[in-house]
Design a binder for this molecule. Structure first.
Ligand SMILES: NC(=O)c1ccc[n+]([C@@H]2O[C@H](COP(=O)([O-])OP(=O)(O)OC[C@H]3O[C@@H](n4cnc5c(N)ncnc54)[C@H](O)[C@@H]3O)[C@@H](O)[C@H]2O)c1
Length: 269
């Protein structure tokens, strides 16, 4: 039987833009009580207005997921105000486009802090509550979470790390009835490219070349919603994610060749 979300508390990080924003709307449509977390206070105001116009029960929290104390405090507030957490979606993230030789280590660290340590802090703060509800922990990874992506060493490290962390967590919490879903997504039309960091850490503020089909955030959110409802372990989101998985695990050298031909631009950044 599919999981239902009516009156269930769903926490989504990176809620003020792109995929996180769309996920908040999708779970709200299903009657969930949505907690949207983001460091962007303005974006959260817009989200709160839209959720309220939908008649949703929702709260937003300004929260930088790289600050462990702030995360602990925010998750405590969510539980106190809204109740135990049924779904935690670790979605906040940022990427970069710059070769390893050129990028500052501080930029790599920032990317890893958000996607990997942000996921660890939020999951650590919420896990006891999620065990009580026999809920679900979700990680929004990427094709760069199982295969290489030139020009994104930090992003790939963060998303491979997220995959290793959550796949292992699953083996520990499965016996408590907790589900863990990893989403390996292909390109989605969001602000991620605009927010990409350059070698010195400044946002790049430009679109990037994409390969394969590009998903719309609402469609991506709907697929993730269904995967949580169906208690799936892994979602290869988008045709390119599935095709990349099949090729990388059957012929990694062929995969690298195609990936490099599509990402030559990173050698010119
Ligand atoms: N867009 C894509 O093509 C794509 C592909 C694969 C995976 N993803 C993943 O999807 C997730 C969502 O990204 P998106 O595409 O919607 O991008 P986006 O830039 O539109 O949204 C990211 C959100 O994360 C928030 N955020 C960043 N740092 C934060 C921090 N320290 N604390 C709290 N919030 C923070 C931003 O403020 C923003 O609202 C990311 O984890 C990204 O890696 C995106």
């Amino acid at each position: 039987m599919a999981r239902e979300f009516n009156d269930k508390v769903v926490v989504i990080t990176g809620a003020a833009s792109g995929l996180g924003y769309a996920l908040c709307k999708r779970f709200a449509q299903a009657g969930a009580i949505v907690a949207g977390l983001d460091k962007d206070a303005k974006g959260l105001e817009i989200l709160a207005d839209e959720l309220s116009a939908m008649g949703a029960s929702a709260h937003t929290f300004v929260c930088d997921v790289t600050d462990e104390a702030v995360v602990n405090d925010t998750i405590s507030q969510v539980i106190d105000k809204m109740g135990d957490i049924y779904v935690l979606i670790n979605n906040a993230g940022v990427s970069h486009v710059s070769l390893f030789q050129k990028i500052r280590v501080s930029v790599l660290k920032k990317v890893i802090d958000i996607s990997l340590f942000g996921t660890i802090y939020c999951t650590k703060a919420a896990i006891d509550s999620i065990i009580k509800t026999q809920g679900t922990v979700v990680g929004i990874a990427s094709v760069a979470g199982y295969a290489p992506l030139a020009g994104r060493t930090g992003y790939a490290a963060a998303k491979h790390g997220m995959a290793g962390f959550l796949n292992t967590l699953r083996t520990e919490v499965d016996r408590s009835g907790v589900k863990v879903l990893l989403v390996f997504a292909t390109y989605i039309k969001t602000n991620l490219a605009k927010n990409n960091l350059s070698a010195d850490g400044t946002p790049m503020n430009k679109e990037r070349p994409t390969s394969g089909n590009v998903l719309m955030p609402d469609d991506a959110a709907d697929s993730i919603f269904k995967a949580v409802a169906q208690e799936e372990r892994q979602l290869l989101l988008g045709e390119t994610a599935q095709a990349s998985w099949d090729l990388y695990y059957s012929d990694p050298a062929a995969y690298e060749e195609i990936m490099l031909s599509l990402n030559q631009f990173v050698f010119e950044e």
